[in-house]
Design a protein around this ligand. Structure first.
Ligand SMILES: *[C@@H]1O[C@H](CO)[C@@H](O)[C@H](O)[C@H]1NC(C)=O
Length: 478
């Protein structure tokens, strides 16, 4: 099959993608969505446990506070995990780091799964912290591994798989959380413990795949082993061109001192891509996507749907998110990252304006329906680019020498922004109501301008070619 040979898709590559992406990205998506459906059940559990201990019922505010800590500590764990990505990726390797990271999944699943049995909501909180830590590391390591094992012409599509699995696992968490499955008073701990299943899958499959050839060559300096790994992924011994590119990157890296935070900031050829990576990550989280996700059930109810229909519409939103991320996967290596990201941001900005109008006028029935369409359009635009591109763009913007440190910073920024939106949205929503979406309109416009002016197209370029773009720009500035 000459097409497959040329495009670089081999059964080994597909196996490695599945092994690395499913077990890692699942933790990130599943645990983002898992608290939604059983919210009332968990609040009741907090209520009862508190009652048993102190012999009085907690106030509503106390329950909400404990619940919010449980939800948001996931992001705190994520930030810390992300910051450790650089250390873990260099010390244990991309693959080794992903494998070891599963220890935290087992700890977290045990803590959360037994929390009800032990009558302890602290265990639930601690478990959420550990699974957040795990997801933070995964969000750095998995896109790095996926980007490094991909042939250049497929790098975008393979990088998008990280976000694709996130969207699928959010959907899975919503489905498993319905009362007919695990969304009951007795069974919700199973819902939380189920997060261990994809880890077992990873532990069974990823050890059969080699480490990223770039890591083997550029970080460890082992040429023969790198070539062997690359041969495994490509299914051919004719990997000379790709090996030569990697060797060139290795030689170039030996010329610069070890990449530290200081070096990242004072060396303009590293600072530019770092600023881009950070702003692109911010554009994903500060686009307001999570606000829309949380708010969706509310909007649908306001539009005249009953609770159950509203829940199913939220699930429909999840399906659209998956479907559009798939479309983006197909488009990203044709249209380019920059184009899709710009298109998505612009579309999101327009829909936030429409949404604000609809929310202001929602006493007129028809605007209720338009607001449903607007929320769906918002998700479609998100999935087109801003949902998936930031994860792998970071890895693309840097050579292997600086990649781990840059990923660490960018992913930590992503989790921090996620945390801030999660905390700030509800209070803002209560004080300025639907106008809260205008804040996102403003931010989206800024991110669009930045992307238009600063973000280069990375489609089809090798690490060396991308580095050359930044060298040239730095030269022009000086
Ligand atoms: C806590 O549980 C008790 C007993 O079931 C109930 O009366 C009370 O309303 C609950 N408190 C809250 C804030 O839900």
């Amino acid at each position: 099959m000459p097409f497959i040979r040329r495009s670089g898709v081999t059964s080994h590559l597909i196996f490695a993608i599945a092994a690395a992406a499913i077990g890692s990205s699942f933790q990130h998506g599943y645990n983002t969505g898992v608290v939604n459906a059983p919210t009332d059940l968990i609040k009741q559990f907090i209520n009862e446990t508190f009652h048993e201990r102190f012999d009085e019922y907690p106030e509503k505010g106390t329950i909400s506070l404990i619940f919010s800590i449980m939800v948001s500590i996931f992001c705190v764990g994520g930030m810390i995990g992300a910051l450790l990505t650089a250390y873990v990726a260099e010390k244990f390797g991309r693959k080794g780091g992903l494998l070891w990271n599963n220890v935290f999944v087992f700890v977290a699943a045990a803590l959360m799964g037994f929390s009800k049995l032990c009558r302890s909501y602290e265990m639930l909180i601690l478990g959420r912290f550990f699974i957040g830590f795990n997801a933070g590391l995964n969000a750095g390591l998995a896109p790095m591994y996926l980007t490094e094992i991909s042939p250049v012409n497929l790098r975008g599509a393979i990088g998008t798989i990280y976000q694709l699995v996130i969207t699928i696992s959010i959907l899975i968490s919503n489905i498993l959380g319905i009362p007919e499955i695990f969304g009951t008073e007795d069974k919700w701990p199973i819902l939380f413990a189920a997060t261990v299943v994809p880890s077992i899958f990873m532990l069974a499959t990823l050890p059969l795949c080699p480490e990223s050839p770039k890591h083997i060559l550029i970080i460890q300096g082992r040429d023969v082993n790198a070539q062997r790994a690359l041969t495994w992924f490509r299914g051919t011994i004719e990997v000379h061109d790709e090996m030569d590119e990697m060797r060139a990157e290795y030689e170039a890296m030996k010329l610069v001192p070890k990449v530290t935070l200081h070096e990242m900031w004072y060396n303009p050829t590293l600072r530019q891509p770092l600023v881009i990576a950070v702003v692109v990550m911010l554009s994903q989280q500060l686009s307001g996507i999570n606000a829309a996700m949380y708010f969706s059930t509310d909007i649908f109810e306001k539009a005249g749907l009953v609770k159950k229909e509203a829940l199913y519409s939220t699930m429909g939103m999840g399906v659209i998110n998956v479907a559009m991320t798939l479309v983006s996967l197909i488009l990203v290596d044709r249209c380019g990252r920059r184009t899709l990201h710009l298109f998505g941001l612009a579309g999101m900005a327009v829909t936030t304006v429409i949404l604000t109008l609809c929310l202001a006028l929602n006493y007129i029935k028809v605007f209720g329906y338009i607001s449903i369409v607007a929320v769906f359009a918002f998700v479609i635009m998100f999935a087109t680019g801003p949902g998936s591109i930031p994860w792998f763009l970071v890895a693309e913007l840097f050579g292997a020498g600086a990649r781990a440190v840059a990923t660490s910073i960018a992913v930590a920024v992503n989790w921090s922004a996620n945390f801030v939106v999660g905390l700030a949205f509800l209070p803002l929503m209560e004080s300025i109501r639907g106008n809260v979406f205008l804040i996102f309109t403003f931010l989206l416009a800024l991110f669009w301008l930045f992307t238009y002016k600063k973000v280069p197209e990375t489609k089809g370029k090798t690490a060396e070619e991308i580095a050359a773009v930044f060298r040239q720009k730095a030269y022009q500035i000086n």
